[in-house]
Design a protein around this ligand. Structure first.
Ligand SMILES: [Zn+2]
Ligand SMILES: [Zn+2]
Length: 310
């Protein structure tokens, strides 16, 4: 491969087709750090004395953002990092990724907490799917999992006194979600997608996505080049999701028209203020079963649990 376009000294390890730039290992790593710092600054994602709870699955995204944040906040004694792993109870998947999450947190000296579906809801995800199948009310696995995971991560973060929740969503994740919501005509959900979700209730913790401008393959490359151990297995339920179809299609378009993913994100960011204005922020109340904040009388997690019981 050719020389790095930045330092013109070392051999390039990556060619960014969307910008035409080739980078060596060290310049690439620096550019990822700068990318994340820029996103944090642009959206004021971190403030003084923040206690940041990081949703840590053990996969490349969450492990990489933990390493990046650890480095970025190195000289910020006022900022605290804690990692939270949600154990959904997916066989042959979580039992492999949790030890990797633990190992990374320990290596960086970051406090690590594991919370499980089983302890909280009395079910593991695999049980939930079997149950729903037999009841002919089979929702897609991801819909269940997403609802419970989001609710649980917020609850755990709040109980740990966190002021922010960081998730490992990368560029591809967000662009997929933007398209999916649009294709389902769910514009209200679209309006809640941005880089930072301000809490609409005292029981909600603000959520931020510092990796949202880093393409998925660059997150993977960052972990690989920096010898960060990550769990590479894919969720066994991933294959059946709508997201997978969009993901493959987007990658094809990106190959033919480099820069499309960034372009979709930029377009969305231009629309976002208008969407937020249009859909506003309906006041939230507390779920009559679990007390978690929700737009309706019963939160989505409890609604799904109730459906299972009947
Ligand atoms: Zn270089
Ligand atoms: Zn509830």
């Amino acid at each position: 491969m050719a020389l790095c376009n930045l330092c013109e000294e070392h051999e390039a390890v990556v060619w960014r087709r969307y910008s035409g730039v080739r980078l060596c290992k060290s310049c690439f790593t620096q550019s990822i750090e700068q990318n994340v710092k820029r996103t944090i600054r642009r959206h004021a994602m971190i403030s003084k004395n923040d206690r940041i709870a990081l949703g840590l699955s053990g996969g490349k995204d969450s492990v990489s953002i933990m390493h990046l944040l650890n480095q970025i906040t190195e000289n910020r004694p006022d900022i605290e990092l804690i990692a939270i792993t949600i154990d959904e109870g997916i066989k042959d998947y979580r039992n492999e990724s949790i030890p990797i999450a633990e190992k990374n947190a320990k290596q960086l000296g970051i406090e690590h907490k594991i919370v499980s579906f089983k302890e909280t809801y009395g079910y593991i995800l695999d049980d939930l799917l079997v149950l729903t199948k037999s009841q002919k009310r089979r929702l897609k696995a991801c819909a269940y999992c997403g609802v419970f995971r989001r609710s649980l991560l917020n609850r755990a973060a709040r109980e740990l006194g966190a002021t922010k929740v960081v998730t490992g969503h990368n560029l591809d994740d967000d662009v997929q979600a933007i398209l999916m919501n649009f294709m389902r005509s769910d514009i209200e959900r679209e309006s809640r997608l941005g880089p930072k979700t301000e809490p609409r209730h005292s029981k909600l913790v603000a959520r931020v996505k510092p990796l949202r401008e880093v393409p998925e393959r660059e997150v993977a490359l960052y972990a690989l080049l920096n010898e960060i151990e990550v769990h590479l297995g894919e969720c066994p339920y991933a294959g059946e999701s709508f997201r997978q179809v969009i993901r493959n299609w987007l990658n094809e378009v990106e190959v033919k028209y480099p820069g499309t993913k960034y372009s979709i994100l930029r377009g969305f960011d231009k629309l976002l203020p208008t969407l937020k204005e249009k859909f506003g922020h309906p006041p939230l109340q507390e779920c009559k079963y679990c007390g978690e904040p929700t737009q309706y009388k019963v939160c989505k997690a409890c609604e799904l649990l109730q459906k299972l019981k009947t």
